[in-house]
Design a protein around this ligand. Structure first.
Ligand SMILES: Cc1cc2nc3c(=O)[nH]c(=O)nc-3n(C[C@H](O)[C@H](O)[C@H](O)COP(=O)(O)OP(=O)(O)OC[C@H]3O[C@@H](n4cnc5c(N)ncnc54)[C@H](O)[C@@H]3O)c2cc1C
Length: 413
């Protein structure tokens, strides 16, 4: 006999969604995390249910822009060279996935799962009584240069072909919708179907409470090892051993730390991101606004205004990069005008595979070990549908959407 039908490792948006979907289906679930639910990367993001974001970071334009991105003094990307030299295969694989055929393949895969994103998260929002946390004002992306807008024209055409609704805006229309913008606006787009979450951690906390109310169990402890055998899987939770029918590894960027799960063999890296919080400034924008060339967002949320984003390729344990925080402060002011001192700053870890696709499926190690990590820039958006897929796999049935492209044993190129 098993202690649990499913043990969920990690209580971010992906883990809590998996736990709640599985518990709703009548499985007996144990959720484990050494930290509070929703306090990892799922806490500090740009709060956007970004159903329009189906283009990977890997695009052919990376080849053209790489020197400027890596060596530019005002770049949204920062690369730690020592880290890159320690992980040459990850870097090469990332670049190989920027080739146009690969990039188009990845975009089709992301668009395929994205089409189900709302169906994955909406029932959880409703179940958790969290409708008040959801804002339906869309997202605005702004280009400040003609060159920037032209470079992204292909991406917009792909979205149009996918049926993603958006409204192109001229500078005056953009400024009428967002009068707080102070940057030069060349053009903008309003992604009307995008929604934002006033407080992502509060959403996850309410989902967690619903999970407990349905009979789910919680252990505030880490899992460092799983041992699959013919009848089940032994999960090392803190100092205890738990016997489960299945386990799901949903520890975000830390998933490689779970020995015996197969995750430790996968090329999981991290794109580090940052935010600054300005408590009194939420009124500066009325919806998440992204500055395309700057690679960051201004987001009004429950705690104030978040200036959030940028990508830093560096190790999980590298110290906070003050240069990234200065970049956000400077560019935030260029976007919105003078800002006060931020109340707090945050560093988080996007879990990223070199092909920018999540890993969702059974581990090559054992069909009893399910992988659900690597959601890079899109975990808040795709966490709900990933949880529904995990619940299907935990029940031993095939999900009703194709997931072969996300298999842990795919070729990462
Ligand atoms: C700056 C920034 C902006 C972003 N903006 C958006 C956005 O607007 N929209 C969007 O969709 N996505 C966004 N993302 C991405 C999104 O936040 C992530 O993809 C998502 O939070 C990942 O969720 P997760 O559950 O996989 O990981 P996490 O939220 O990191 O959760 C993993 C959990 O696992 C736990 N854990 C670690 N090791 C163990 C262990 N050994 N045992 C048990 N538990 C363990 C951790 O404590 C943590 O709680 C953004 C990310 C960043 C950094």
């Amino acid at each position: 006999m098993h202690d649990f039908d499913l043990v969920v490792v990690g209580a971010g948006i992906v883990g809590v969604s998996s736990a709640l979907w599985a518990q709703k289906r009548g499985l007996q679930v144990l959720l484990c995390d050494p930290n509070a639910p929703g306090s990892g990367t799922s806490f500090g993001n740009a709060c956007t249910l970004a159903t329009y974001a189906v283009l990977p970071v890997n695009t052919p334009s990376v080849f053209r822009d790489l020197p400027k991105l890596v060596f530019g003094s005002e770049s949204p990307l920062s690369l730690n060279f020592a880290h890159a030299l320690r992980h040459p295969l990850w870097m090469l694989s990332f670049l190989a996935n920027c080739r146009s055929a690969r990039s188009a393949h990845i975009a089709r895969q992301l668009a395929g799962i994205m089409a189900h994103a709302d169906a994955g998260i909406n029932p959880l929002i409703e179940d958790a009584g969290a409708e008040d946390l959801i804002v339906e004002r869309g997202q605005m992306t702004v280009w400040s240069t003609k060159a920037g807008a032209e470079a992204d024209a292909g991406a917009l055409a792909f979205r149009k072909a996918q049926g993603i609704p958006f409204e192109p805006l001229g500078p005056q229309e953009a400024l009428t919708m967002e009068p707080g913008l102070k940057l030069p606006v060349h053009s903008a787009v309003h992604f009307k179907a995008a929604r934002s979450v006033r407080d992502p951690q509060e959403l996850i906390t309410r989902m967690y409470r619903r999970f407990i109310a349905l009979g789910g169990q919680w252990r505030q402890a880490g899992v460092d090892e799983t041992r699959a055998h013919a009848e089940g899987v032994e999960v090392c939770v803190g100092d205890d051993r738990v016997n489960a029918a299945r386990v799901v590894i949903a520890a975000g960027a830390h998933s490689k730390s779970v020995r015996g799960s197969g995750a430790e063999r996968l090329p999981l890296g991290t794109e580090r991101g940052y935010h600054l919080l300005f408590p009194e400034e939420a009124h500066r924008v009325s919806r998440p606004v992204g500055w395309a060339e700057g690679g960051f967002y201004a987001v009004p949320m429950a705690q104030g205004l978040r200036i959030v984003g940028t990508v830093e390729i560096a190790a999980l344990d590298a110290p906070e990069n003050q240069g990234r925080l200065r970049y956000l402060a400077k560019m935030g002011e260029r976007m919105l005008g003078p800002l006060p001192e931020p109340e707090s700053q945050w560093l988080g870890f996007r879990p990223t595979m070199p092909d920018s696709m999540p890993v969702i499926g059974q581990s090559p190690q054992s069909e009893r070990i399910i992988h659900a990590f690597g959601h890079q820039h899109l975990g808040l958006t795709l966490g709900g549908i990933t949880g529904r897929i995990v619940a299907d796999l935990a029940e031993g049935r095939q999900p009703n959407l194709p997931i072969a492209g996300f298999a842990p044993d795919r070729r990462f190129v």
